[in-house]
Write a protein that binds this ligand. Structure first.
Ligand code: ADP
Length: 542
């Protein structure tokens, strides 16, 4: 029997915006400006300015479903776009400013963006792909320094004459709200179109205590860029709970972030491991310089957080790191590594569990399958491709590309190779394309990297495949040493030896200045693979 007695109340982002004004009007939005001064606004301002924005965009001809692109750093006006555009029924499309201009041109024209809102400092980037994105009819420029040239419109001048109140429409909860593209490390970037409903459900679960646990007393620093994977939903989770939000603008170096964390008494921060590796190294150098006593949690994800990083923060600085996994296709939160009550772990097992990618949050189902597509046992050993499903997991891509990523029985194939243990904790051993296949056996690059990064002289390590005349592929390691530290290839191999089968040990260790990174700060292993593909075929195998 269907109930039919409960109200049909749509789950929309508009509700968060209205709550922000009604109950959290005084909550602050702090932006670090390009000149390092700070600007402050409130959630009352957010509501007022999102209303003005909705009027201005309506005046420019933006209608329900139209895509409004952003090419912006993290700042208060980007937050206005995150809320105001979906609330008026249009779709906010965040462009990743770290992508190559030709990718941006492809994405903007694929999305058929109608309006583009761009930071003044990023106008030169926009000009590089403007010819490819002829669908863009209006360009709105954010920037406080002087008039806008050409036919661009000034964001502030556009908003100024508009009324403070907008009659936000009652939307269908399945209406499109936001469009994000994957960065396309394999093939063309693909778009994921989130609905109001999927974002609202993702927000509610993200805010649960055993997920991100947001509350109105939190001060949330979003190091994760608002131009990638919806900044892990932090903007919506902050607005939904009334937490203060701190947006770092373009300054993402460790010292600037630590200054900001200490000055704003940040309680919660989130970012990718490369950011936190830099922060930990600086904290180790100057353990007393910053007062971080306000911090309650740091969430790390986007690529594997090495156990040495998680342990280093806790053991040396008393800071708790929570490891999480997600994808653009999953809104993005999928799993989180909370230590469940009653697990009864010793110290080593506890660190191992914290360093896992965790278990699925409510309403996400996880399984992993073998080569025959059959589910594998949760024994902590069987490796297979992770598949997930849930109300905020994409069921197709924008434009219906990539159909092969979706199974007939309703699961999304993540492309991550994992194990799952008896308690449901999932561990990523590789992305499918990064797996090293040596003599028919799989070698986990992530496990080797984590072990290398536990060596005191190693700052960063990436392990990747090179061609080999006998074994097909063999692992190589690219290593960045800590300043003033030394280590040899033999020493690092000896460090790995007790933990791995002999055939797992990298054939070569390349000492490099910097590991190339993707647009979102992950190690760019495809570049390493291309660069060193023939290293072992050119020299006699060692
Ligand atoms: P891309 O990396 O292609 O830009 P996403 O940002 O959506 O796209 O990245 C999703 C991928 O990032 C996942 O499939 C997984 O490989 C990786 N990833 C995310 N979180 C973690 C994590 N905690 N540990 C290891 N890998 C992760």
């Amino acid at each position: 029997m269907l109930a039919g007695r409960m109200m049909d109340y749509p789950l929309t982002i508009t509700h968060f915006l209205e709550r922000a004004r009604t109950y959290h009007a005084r909550s602050a939005i702090v932006t670090q400006n390009p000149d390092r001064t700070s600007s402050r606004a409130t959630y009352a301002d957010l509501h007022r300015r999102a209303s003005k924005l909705a009027h201005a965009l309506t005046r420019l001809g933006v209608r329900a479903g139209d895509r409004v692109a952003t090419l912006c750093w993290n700042h208060a006006r980007h937050l206005e776009l995150y809320l105001g555009v979906p609330a008026m029924g249009a779709v906010v499309h965040t462009l990743n400013l770290r992508l190559h201009p030709s990718d941006l041109g492809y994405i903007a024209s694929h999305a058929e963006d109608r309006v583009l809102v761009v930071d003044r400092s990023l106008l030169p980037l926009y000009r590089k792909f403007a010819a490819q994105a002829r669908c863009v009819q209006r360009v709105i420029v954010i920037g406080d320094d002087g008039p806008v040239e050409g036919d661009g419109l000034d964001y502030e001048a556009l908003l100024a004459p508009e009324p403070d109140h907008f009659d936000f429409p009652r939307l269908d909860e399945r209406a499109a709200a936001m469009l994000c593209y994957t960065s396309g490390t394999t093939g063309n970037p693909k778009g994921v179109l989130y609905s109001h409903r999927s974002i609202v459900l993702h927000t509610l679960v993200s805010c649960m205590h055993d997920a991100l646990g947001f509350r109105d007393s939190d001060v949330v620093l979003s190091v994760v860029p608002m131009f990638h994977a919806m900044a892990w939903g932090l903007p919506y989770s902050a607005v939904a709970t009334g937490a203060r939000i701190v947006l770092p603008g373009p300054h993402l170096d460790p010292a600037s972030l630590l200054d900001l964390m200490a000055r704003e008494r940040v309680t919660f921060a989130a970012g990718v491991p490369t950011i936190w590796l830099g922060i930990l190294a600086l904290l180790d150098e100057h353990p007393k310089r910053w007062d971080l006593s306000s911090m309650r949690a740091m969430v790390i994800g986007g690529s594997a957080a090495p156990p040495a990083l998680i342990d280093g923060f806790l053991a040396r600085h008393g800071l708790v790191v929570t490891h999480a996994w997600g994808m653009t296709e999953t809104n993005p939160l999928g799993t989180i590594a909370h230590l469940r009550h009653g697990l009864d772990l010793d110290a080593a097992a506890e660190l191992d569990t914290r360093a896992s990618q965790g278990y699925a949050v409510p309403f996400i189902d996880q399984r992993h399958v073998g080569a025959d597509d059959q589910p594998l046992p949760w024994d902590g050993r069987s490796m297979g491709e992770l598949e997930v499903r849930g109300p905020w997991v994409a069921s197709s891509y924008f434009g219906d590309e990539g159909e092969d990523r979706f199974t007939k029985d309703g699961w999304f194939k993540t492309g991550d190779v994992v194990t799952i243990d008896g308690d449901g904790y999932m561990r990523i051993t590789d992305r499918a394309k990064d797996v090293i296949k040596s003599g028919g056996e799989w070698i986990s690059s992530v496990a080797l990297e984590n072990a290398l990064m536990s060596h005191p002289a190693v700052l960063e390590a990436a392990v990747f495949a090179a061609r080999h005349p006998v074994w097909g592929e063999r692992p190589l390691a690219a290593v960045v040493l800590r300043p003033g530290q030394a280590a040899s290839k033999d020493e690092l191999r000896a460090h790995l030896e007790p933990r791995f089968a002999r055939f797992w040990l990298p054939d070569e260790v390349l000492f490099v200045e910097r590991i190339p990174r993707t647009s979102t700060g992950k190690f760019l292993k495809s570049q390493l693979r291309d660069e060193y593909a023939d290293l072992l075929t050119k020299q006699p195998p060692g």
